[in-house]
Design a protein around this ligand. Structure first.
Ligand SMILES: Cc1cc2nc3c(=O)[nH]c(=O)nc-3n(C[C@H](O)[C@H](O)[C@H](O)COP(=O)(O)OP(=O)(O)OC[C@H]3O[C@@H](n4cnc5c(N)ncnc54)[C@H](O)[C@@H]3O)c2cc1C
Length: 637
């Protein structure tokens, strides 16, 4: 299979303009004849569904939550990047492009990343017009703060609730279309399969989560905006419902899955406190603007943080990376935190933690300023740990957070299956091997508001509407297959809970395919995952019935997919014999312990093709060309 990324010709700066001017359009009178199925109502899905309906297309939109605005995007805290250069501190489209491509360790497409940087400013204008209450300076201008991997302040924010405010904006736009009758919204509806007819995506199989019925929905194009899969690790910062089901099941119908091993571990999360936990909580990266990260210089120093004098503290990020200090990118910061904890200098009961300390900035700026900047995050921290960060340094530790891997898409955001578009965190995205903070919201909204409306129109303009309806034999076949799988899950009635097996999978992945990976560890995981999958299908217990609200059954289906998908993750990690970004292979590191890329052999996107149950997937490679940036060893020192 030859992968064609469909990158437009011409200079980098004019590729998107050129692409837009060459795309075909659907005439206004014909738009309503085309139906687009959008799965997902997070920032990517809601912005896409609203924009497509506004253009005049008929849209049906699906999410598994009870309300579209409960999508996981609502959890995003810190902010959204844009190259507005309001601070006059040297920012530009080129600098945002360069920081993002370097932050991703040169494993993303130049053309896509440049387009993202170009569009970034329009996103802020769009959201302000919707009434999103971004923080403002005294003068009235929108305020900015700094995020990791950049030396300029370009992050727009709404306290620690940026995702919530942006999602309310997108949801508002979506609701307007629902009210106008141009979007039909299906909440509590889970996509279980993709309908492909003659090689083109023509529908989805959906379970109504309240009544349990399984039905096919058909359309002229399908858009997956189904988010990321960090919950494969069981413990992550993602909402509990986040999963890989939609993209994985699309992969089983022929959509390639790209770079599945590129998973981001975020350095500033509340440390794990025991086996009882079912999720982890992020403390936004924005805290690293004013918080200093340190551990005691001496191993096993059990004194409370505030009793350790300044000269006995190791501000290890500032020491190792003086230019970026506490604002080094996430992959670099996470590895450094792990390193000092592995040396026995970690803090807290488990020793798996480092301090994030605001005392210096409170001394400099005043307690009230710090409280005003981060108040809601501090409250959240105190509720969970019982400690007040204004009195005692916070404790943090890395946790799975975001997935750069996802469905392979070309420049048009279309997968290798014609008619299947994938946007937001669900695609393999523009973040290469490591995403910089505040750039996921930017990408999701760029995809939904500004890119997809152009590119999907081009596809539809070449497509006859309404060719497949829900009585098509393929729809019937897939409905039956989905129902059979649910029945099988319910018939096992074994001894282990879904969560118990999921936790075991998560531990296995965290140990062998987490912050650092080795050939031996990955081979162990690849041996154990099929065994665990077999245990699941033999010994899992799911109570209740199929034709009713049954959350255990929903979870079981998602975990069954994680048990298949995780094998691909480990296979991808094993095959990529280099370290890049968040993918750190212990065999490939510099003398100072930094990630060591191998551009000669791995300057490509790895796109995996499913070849059948228990068959080895086939690896396809999309070579990455860099003609505008020099491939340098990342250096934040
Ligand atoms: C705690 C936290 C804080 C973050 N803070 C920031 C930040 O400050 N800045 C930043 O840039 N990024 C941040 N991120 C990352 C960012 O929030 C996400 O990458 C982004 O919101 C993903 O948006 P999305 O629209 O792609 O997916 P989501 O918001 O995850 O939405 C997925 C949608 O798909 C639906 N769905 C999924 N599967 C199915 C299915 N099978 N059937 C039907 N529907 C389905 C869901 O119901 C949901 O509506 C943060 C992430 C976390 C975890």
């Amino acid at each position: 299979m030859k992968l064609d990324p469909r990158i437009p010709e011409g200079p980098l700066e004019s590729k998107w303009e050129r692409c837009k001017s060459e795309l075909k359009l659907v005439s206004p009178a014909n738009k309503r004849k085309y139906k687009i199925l959008v799965v997902g109502t997070g920032l990517a899905g809601a912005s896409a569904a609203a924009s497509l309906a506004e253009l005049g297309f008929s849209v049906e939109c699906f999410c598994f939550q009870d309300s579209a605005r409960r999508a996981h995007s609502i959890a995003a805290q810190g902010g959204i990047n844009a190259a507005k250069n309001y601070q006059n501190d040297g920012d530009s489209v080129h600098r945002l492009f360069y920081d993002t491509i370097k932050g991703g360790d040169f494993r993303s497409r130049e053309a896509n990343v440049h387009r993202l940087a170009e569009i970034s400013s329009a996103i802020i204008d769009q959201c302000v017009a919707q009434g999103v209450p971004f923080a403002r300076e005294y003068s009235g201008y929108l305020a900015n703060r700094s995020f990791g991997g950049a030396q300029v302040s370009r992050t727009f924010y709404a306290r620690g609730q940026t995702g919530q405010q942006l999602l309310l904006g997108a949801y508002q736009a979506l609701s307007r279309q629902v009210d106008a009758g141009s979007v039909i919204l299906h909440t509590r509806s889970e996509m279980l399969d993709l309908v492909v007819v003659d090689g083109e995506a023509r529908g989805i199989i959906v379970r109504d989560l309240i009544g349990g019925k399984v039905n096919a929905f058909t359309g002229d194009a399908v858009v997956l905006a189904t988010g990321g899969y960090a919950n494969v690790f069981y413990l992550s910062t993602n909402a509990k419902g986040c999963n890989v089901t939609a993209t994985w099941r699309a992969a089983k119908r022929g959509a390639l899955f790209a770079n599945p091993c590129f998973t981001q571990i975020h350095p500033t999360c509340i440390p794990v406190s025991g086996d009882h936990q079912s999720k982890l909580t992020l403390m936004s990266e924005s805290l690293r603007n004013d918080g200093r990260i340190w551990v005691p210089k001496a191993k096993g120093d059990g004194r409370p943080g505030k009793h350790i004098p300044a000269d006995e503290r190791d501000y290890f990020l500032e020491r190792k990376y003086p230019s970026f200090g506490n604002l080094t990118p996430r992959d670099v910061a996470s590895r450094s935190v792990k390193e000092v904890c592995d040396e026995g200098r970690g803090v807290g009961k488990t020793g798996q933690g480092v301090y994030l300390d605001f005392s210096d900035s409170m001394g400099r700026l005043g307690k009230n300023v710090i409280e005003e900047r981060y108040g809601n995050l501090f409250q959240m921290y105190e509720k969970i740990t019982g400690e007040n960060p204004l009195e005692t340094p916070m404790r943090i530790y890395p946790a799975p957070h975001y997935t750069m891997g996802g469905a392979w898409v070309d420049y048009h955001l279309m997968s290798n299956l014609a008619g299947l578009f994938v946007i937001g965190e669900a695609n393999f995205s523009d973040h290469g091997a490591n995403r910089l903070g505040a750039s996921a919201l930017m990408q999701g909204l760029a995809d939904g508001y500004f890119i997809l409306p152009y590119t999907i129109s081009d596809y539809l303009a070449r497509t006859k509407p309404g060719t497949v309806t829900s009585d098509h034999p393929e729809c019937k076949r897939l409905e039956e297959e989905a129902a059979k799988r649910l029945k099988k899950l319910l018939s096992i009635r074994g001894r282990r809970t879904v969560d118990d097996i999921h936790r075991e999978l998560g531990t296995l992945l965290w140990n062998h395919c987490g912050m650092s990976r080795s050939e031996q560890g990955l081979r162990t995981a690849l041996e154990k995952i099929p065994e665990l999958r077999e245990t699941f299908w033999r010994d899992v217990t799911i109570l209740g019935d199929r034709e009713e609200l049954n959350q255990a059954l929903e979870r079981a289906g998602r975990v069954a997919d994680f048990l298949e998908f995780s094998e691909l993750m480990c296979r991808d990690a094993l095959e990529r014999k280099e370290s890049c970004g968040a993918h750190f292979r212990v065999e490939h590191q510099t003398e100072s312990g930094e990630a060591l890329r191998d551009d000669r052999h791995f300057k490509h996107v790895s796109a995996w093709e499913f070849k059948g149950e228990n068959q080895t997937p086939e690896l396809h490679q999309e070579p990455l060309e860099f003609s505008n940036v020099e491939l340098v060893q990342r250096n934040y020192a």
